[in-house]
Write a protein that binds this ligand. Structure first.
Ligand code: GDP
Ligand code: MG
Length: 264
């Protein structure tokens, strides 16, 4: 299981962004403020611009105080899964001991102030800290009803099939991972770490990381969907179908032999 190491390294943030020019500036301003208030996090932000048709690349290239922002462009739109894979692979290649990785939405609906709380969780021994809408203190009241239903339904299904330390929010796109855990997974799975091209990639990642027996915990998140400027890119029926396929595929797939005895 996990090593009780403290979070001694930096926090690398991955922002997959598709047409987020309206939301990114306010989010990056919030990060600049967080960086000033918490210099110990030594934040480093990677924007993966996934072939956006708007000014996402331009706003990500502006300066935001002392915040270190790097832009990676996909020539064309390749989907959230590929953007996450690019972000994880690039970040894993530059990690140092004690570093952590955060992935979150670029639409400014996720509260950056959860990052120090998640960092504390990692320092206390968690390997993945999930920003959760479904624990006491969490809330997704500002999201549209169908979206709330989808996330809840997916949580019930995945919790039943994979009792991962009773995680409530399987589909949350906002999580902090111990860097070494992601490095192990990137090393093992390579480009197969994320094969889902849509929103199901977040669940797929959690299911693949589970082979290392990570300690998971949740911190309450109040989703600020009321701040959303961009249209949601989530296709409801497509995502639902992907969740069902993913659940079935994983339920019938035995643990790969070489991963039977690995640990974080
Ligand atoms: N790179 C990339 N990011 C995407 C794509 N679709 C959505 N995203 C990003 O994934 C995150 C989640 O999408 P979002 O529209 O916020 O979904 P919602 O908040 O769940 O309705 C946002 O940061 C989007 O910019 C895509 O095709 N490529
Ligand atoms: Mg979002």
């Amino acid at each position: 299981m996990n090593q009780p190491t403290s979070l001694t390294g930096r926090v690398h943030v991955i922002l997959p962004a598709y047409n987020e020019a309206d939301s990114l500036p306010s989010l990056l301003e919030r990060f600049a403020e967080l960086n000033t208030a918490h210099p110990e996090l030594r934040l480093r932000v990677l924007v993966v611009n996934d072939g956006s048709a708007d000014a996402t690349a331009e706003v990500a290239s502006r300066s935001y105080g002392n915040l270190e922002v790097t832009l990676h462009n996909h020539e064309r739109n390749m989907g959230l899964g590929q953007a996450m894979l690019t972000g994880l692979q690039r970040t894993a290649a530059s990690l140092e001991a004690g570093d952590a990785i955060v992935a979150m939405d670029a639409d400014d609906t996720h509260d950056v102030n959860l990052i120090p709380i998640m960092a504390d969780r990692l320092a206390q021994g968690s390997d993945v800290a999930i920003a959760s809408r479904f624990v006491a203190g969490g809330c997704d009241r500002t999201a549209p009803p169908f979206r709330r239903l989808l996330s809840r339904g997916a949580a019930v299904v995945f919790r039943t099939i994979f009792p991962l330390e009773s995680i409530g929010d399987f589909t949350s796109g906002y999580r902090m991972y111990r860097g070494s855990l992601v490095q192990n997974a990137v090393r093992h799975w390579g480009n197969r770490l994320i094969e889902e091209d849509g929103f199901a990639c977040m669940v797929e990642l959690l299911l693949k990381l589970r082979y290392w027996g990570p300690v998971l915990s949740e911190v309450p998140m109040i989703l600020r969907y009321d701040r959303k400027m961009s249209v949601s890119k989530l296709k409801l029926m497509r995502t639902l179908r992907q969740y069902v396929q993913l659940a079935i595929r994983n339920a019938v797939t035995p643990t790969p032999r070489e991963l039977r005895y690995v640990s974080c």
